[in-house]
Design a protein around this ligand. Structure first.
Ligand code: UDP
Length: 322
């Protein structure tokens, strides 16, 4: 098959490209390199089944052409990372909403199935654990810019589902929970690459808040297997699916584990949220997915533990530093 991956030079998109190419598919990538990087796809440049375009998904005539060349579309292009969202809310909202609108409009003309990547952020401050896809979304006030991301992703989901219902376009929504692995940069605030780099350079490991907040980290190789399974399985169309790990860890424990595994002398330093992000910043205390739905439908579940994830990220950051 021929797949178009928007945001294909990003961390997740480039791993998805690797996987699809390995399985003998053809892959076309569009990325504006705002958070993605040519470094992520440079090993694919010689592959004749791979091609890429550096441009923005809001370029409608170009998107019409690229979608026409593909059998199905993974729409991953989005503003990512909490830090970026807090610092550039206009960019976040525009990219996420207009970008998805363009992709769905053009895909609808050509009737090409689309997977829209959403985020566990949409659950917001819900405390109904684990998060199930039909659970309520609990978002904060509009004066807190963090919530613009969740809101923009929720609009993306509504749009995808509406295109399926009203225009007959096959769509599927994947809600990605904290995804980590090689190539992820700490530049946009992501915690694991940040802690690993700090530990390997013996700099203070910066734990935000009291560090008792928890997350479940999923290896990107597992995540992209789930994405592929959803878009290539017609029974998933019209649905919303969580993709994530259920292995929960607090940021305090994570900092300790990374420090130990790296044999680091870094001190662990707690930083108040106001200082780390912006005044009044609201974090999620806990975020854990129910993965029953995707498991029951396509038998997907993550295979790699946190230990494997940390070892892969540490090797990757070590190579970058050397
Ligand atoms: N975090 C931290 N130190 C850092 C970066 C992040 O303690 O240097 C915390 C952050 O406040 C959150 C968790 O780690 O509670 C996960 O953050 P990340 O940005 O990776 O993903 P999020 O779950 O916020 O989307």
């Amino acid at each position: 098959m021929r797949f178009l991956i928007t945001g294909g030079a990003g961390f997740i998109g480039s791993h998805l490209a690797d996987r699809l190419l390995k399985k003998g598919h053809r892959v076309l990538v569009i990325d504006d390199l705002s958070t993605g990087s040519i470094r992520n796809i440079k090993h694919l440049k010689e592959n004749s089944a791979f091609s890429y375009v550096i441009d923005n998904v809001m370029n409608s005539p170009l998107m019409a052409e690229l979608i026409d060349e593909a059998d199905a579309v993974f729409h991953l292009a989005a503003a990512v990372g909490v830090r970026l969202i807090v610092e550039s809310p206009v960019h976040t909202i525009e990219t996420n909403v207009s970008g998805t609108e363009t992709v769905l409009k053009m895909a609808s003309k050509k009737k090409r199935p689309v997977l829209v990547a959403s985020s566990s952020e949409v659950y917001g401050q819900s405390t109904k654990f684990p998060f199930t896809e039909d659970g309520n979304l609990v978002l904060g006030a509009t004066v807190k810019s963090r919530w613009s991301y969740a809101c923009s992703k929720a609009i993306d989901e509504f749009l995808a589902l509406a295109y399926q219902k009203e225009r007959g376009l096959p769509t599927v929504v994947a809600r990605l929970f904290n995804t980590v692995g090689p190539r992820q940069t700490g530049r946009y605030g992501m915690v694991i690459p940040t802690f690993v780099k700090q530990a390997l350079t013996n700099s203070p490991i910066t734990v935000y808040g009291d560090g008792e907040q928890t997350r479940c980290f999923c290896h990107v190789a597992d995540t992209v297997a789930g994405l592929e399974a959803l878009l290539t399985n017609e029974t998933a169309y019209g649905g919303v699916f969580n993709i994530g790990s259920t292995e929960e860890v607090s940021m305090n424990t994570l900092a300790e584990k990374i420090k130990d595994t790296c044999n680091s002398n870094s001190p662990i330093k707690h930083i108040p949220y106001d200082e780390a992000y912006e005044e009044g910043f609201e974090d999620m205390q806990r975020r854990i997915p129910s993965i029953e739905k995707i498991h029951d439908l396509i038998h997907w579940s993550p295979k790699r533990t946190l230990k494997v994830i940390l070892s892969d990220v540490i090797n990757n950051v070590r190579n970058q530093l050397s």
